[in-house]
Design a protein around this ligand. Structure first.
Ligand SMILES: Nc1ncnc2c1ncn2[C@@H]1O[C@H](COP(=O)(O)OP(=O)(O)OP(=O)(O)O)[C@@H](O)[C@H]1O
Ligand SMILES: [Mg+2]
Length: 254
């Protein structure tokens, strides 16, 4: 698994600098978590890494490259807070959307037997085997986010960029989905943006805090132990307290 390296990244919208001189390495096969107040620049940074910085008035400089010097372009999957499921497609059709879109225009609705069986396998791994033919409107928020996770897994990319993927869920569903994502995305390189210090501490190998204006990254926190870390881990709770305090301080200063 390759590292993804960000060097001297800078980004501004209409001359308002969001961040500059940012350096970050996403270590191959590990989870990097990013915390930070609203509007500090987390999504902008993630989009920058993905090469999706296209908004009007936006200027960027700096480089993103892979340690193996191959292009990143077709080697990442994206998962966001909004599940972005297409309402007229059922679960299986949503999960296989990427592969169907890559088919020629005449075969868009045809799924190869291999893709179908892989999709069914993934849908069953996320616990939705009995919902494969349901439309998104008939699913709960947690189930919809499971479909989004299945779609991300179906893409089978080495790098997964996640922008607050569990943000809209209740606490228990969220913990369960964290565990599931941790299990199913093991050995992938993951960058996870979250507002929840506990989520970062349970899942992250490296945790960064983006703060300030222009924003800078703090030194990485590297929690001990294997992921997903237990809620009963005392050190985790202490770190959570420290991080919450730090984030609260940032709100006061903003
Ligand atoms: N297309 C745009 N045009 C102009 N300014 C933008 C645009 N997108 C974002 N911004 C500004 O850039 C800053 C960073 O936005 P960004 O979405 O990266 O923040 P964020 O940390 O992801 O926030 P949140 O936690 O609320 O999702 C904000 O001040 C925002 O208003
Ligand atoms: Mg954001």
């Amino acid at each position: 698994m390759f590292d993804v390296i960000l060097k001297n990244a800078a980004l501004s919208y209409n001359n308002r600098v969001v961040f500059k001189d940012l350096n970050l390495t996403l270590e191959g096969g590990q989870w990097t978590c990013l915390l930070g107040g609203s509007g500090v620049g987390k999504t902008s940074l993630l989009r920058f890494i993905a090469g999706l910085s296209t908004a009007k008035g936006l200027k960027t400089s700096g480089t993103v490259f892979c340690e193996d010097h191959k292009v990143l372009e077709d080697r990442f999957a994206w998962m966001s807070q909004q599940d972005s499921l297409l309402p007229w497609f059922n679960v299986l059709e949503n999960v296989t959307l990427g592969s169907r879109l890559r088919n020629s225009i005449f075969k868009r609705n045809k799924l190869s037997p291999e893709d179908r069986s892989r999709a069914e396998n993934i849908i069953s791994k996320v616990g939705l085997a009995n919902k494969a033919n349901e439309l998104p409107q008939n699913l709960s928020g947690g189930q919809r986010q499971r479909v989004a996770l299945a779609r991300t897994l179906m893409e089978d990319k080495p790098l997964v960029l996640m922008d607050e993927p569990f943000g809209a869920l209740d606490a228990i569903t969220r913990l369960n989905l964290q565990d599931l994502a941790c299990e199913l995305l093991q050995n992938r390189t993951v960058m996870l943006i979250t507002h929840d210090p506990l989520e970062a501490l349970r899942l992250g190998h490296h945790i960064y805090h983006l703060q300030g204006n222009p924003a800078t990254l703090t030194e990485a926190i590297i929690p001990p132990g294997n992921t997903p870390r237990s809620l009963e881990d005392r050190e985790l709770m202490t770190l959570q307290g420290e991080l919450l305090e730090r984030l609260r301080q940032e709100e006061v200063c903003a």
